[in-house]
Design a protein around this ligand. Structure first.
Ligand SMILES: [Zn+2]
Ligand SMILES: [Zn+2]
Length: 397
């Protein structure tokens, strides 16, 4: 005969039941966010809907957290003081294509975990608190970096979020990312082209130099750009051109080397054409994700507990970048991937947009909300679990 379930196991069963009970409401929220895609720092509707849902389920919500209009911080207090575990929500979309990164599912899963914990925790043992932090502008705006700078993560002991994918995987690296704007200044000429200095030639020279460099880069490194200003008219020598480039690598040291080589190439193209160049790097560098296997282990066990399968490593696919990397360099953080799309459908594609409102995404959202809530509970209920996560953070780079 089975004995009574220990308290944590009983609470976990309650969390799973609560998420199931909320599933329809959470899915409605995910679909609403999907249908009204909002770009970085303009996620007014999504932030408001999330705050309303969390408030309705008993969380105390601070809107505009860290001075960012579309950020929020919602709190589930425990029975007594103790550590703080954060669950992160993203909800921005991509220009032109909508929710091609599935952030509607990140948002609904985080809200579901927060709401379930609010229903299960008050007046019960685990000490400390859970906060759901609404983090705007993951796609290029580095909202989490601004929230950290504003002190929103100051008291957070551990953070977790999920990200949609075409497979469920606990750990995948993310690349460090440095973004820059390159401008070439030449001289316009119309009737006498030999008097002109061609800023488009310089820009094409830089793209060719970047292509040539690529062959000698480490396989994890990425250099890619677009021309944003290429000239005015075919019969005028372009006097001004501009481009946007991303440089990426698995570690910060190699990213720095990449940056030096790219700047030298940009200057080389200026010298070759007689132009002046300006290379302006975005002050915010996206850091690579630092793993925390102690926490990933808990999350994986909780997925197992609810019978949600983890897929095998797919070594074919490339890596992205995320501002969660910066959080992971500051405190123990996990960023597991949850299946919301069929095999092989890449993020940032039209197929991924469709998948983000499919039954697969709904199942992923429900599983993720449960596993996030259970993992937060593990960390608060067992000081040794949080201690192990912190010890791993301290001893790894
Ligand atoms: Zn994305
Ligand atoms: Zn994303």
């Amino acid at each position: 005969m089975e004995g009574p379930l220990p308290d944590v196991e009983r609470l976990k069963a309650g969390l799973a039941e609560t998420v199931d009970r909320l599933a329809e409401e959470l899915w409605g929220l995910a679909l609403r966010i999907h249908a009204s895609p909002e770009l970085a720092y303009r996620e007014a509707k999504a932030a408001a809907w999330l705050a309303e849902l969390l408030e309705a389920h008993g969380l105390r919500v601070e809107r505009g957290a860290g001075g960012l209009a579309t950020a929020f911080r919602a709190e589930v207090p425990g029975a007594r003081s103790g550590p703080t575990v954060a669950i992160l929500a993203e909800y921005d979309a991509l220009p032109g294509i909508g929710h091609a990164c599935g952030h509607n599912i990140i948002a609904a899963a985080a809200a579901g975990a927060g709401a379930a914990l609010a229903a299960a925790l008050p007046g019960r043992p685990p000490a400390g608190r859970v906060v759901v932090i609404g983090t705007p502008a993951e796609e290029g705006g580095a909202g989490k970096v601004r929230l950290m700078e504003a002190g929103v993560f100051r008291d957070v002991d551990a953070a977790m979020m999920i990200h949609p994918r075409s497979s469920t995987q606990l750990w995948r690296p993310s690349l460090g990312l440095a973004a820059c704007k390159v401008e070439y200044f030449g001289k316009a000429a119309h009737a006498a082209p030999w008097q002109g200095v061609n800023a488009l030639n310089a820009m094409i020279g830089l793209f060719n130099a970047a292509d040539a460099m690529r062959q000698q880069l480490r396989p994890d490194a990425r250099v890619h750009g677009i021309i944003t200003v290429g000239g005015e008219k075919a019969n005028i020598i372009p006097e001004y051109t501009a481009a946007e480039f991303y440089l990426r690598a698995l570690d910060k040291g190699y990213l720095e080397e990449l940056r030096r080589r790219f700047e030298a190439a940009a200057e080389g193209a200026a010298t070759a054409t007689g132009c002046r160049v300006r290379v302006a790097f975005d002050p915010v560098i996206h850091d690579p994700l630092k793993p925390n296997h102690a926490m990933l282990d808990l999350f994986g066990k909780n997925l197992g507990r609810i019978g949600f399968a983890v897929d095998a490593e797919d070594t074919e696919a490339g890596y992205g970048s995320t501002d969660a990397g910066n959080v992971s360099q500051a405190l123990p953080t996990i960023h597991p991937y949850i299946r919301t799309a069929p095999d092989g459908v890449p993020a940032h594609s039209r197929g991924f947009v469709e998948a983000a409102r499919s039954p697969l995404a709904r199942a992923g959202m429900v599983a993720a909300a449960k596993a996030l809530a259970m993992t937060a509970l593990d960390l608060l209920a067992d000081p040794e679990a949080l201690g192990a996560a912190k010890a791993e953070f301290a001893r790894t780079r």
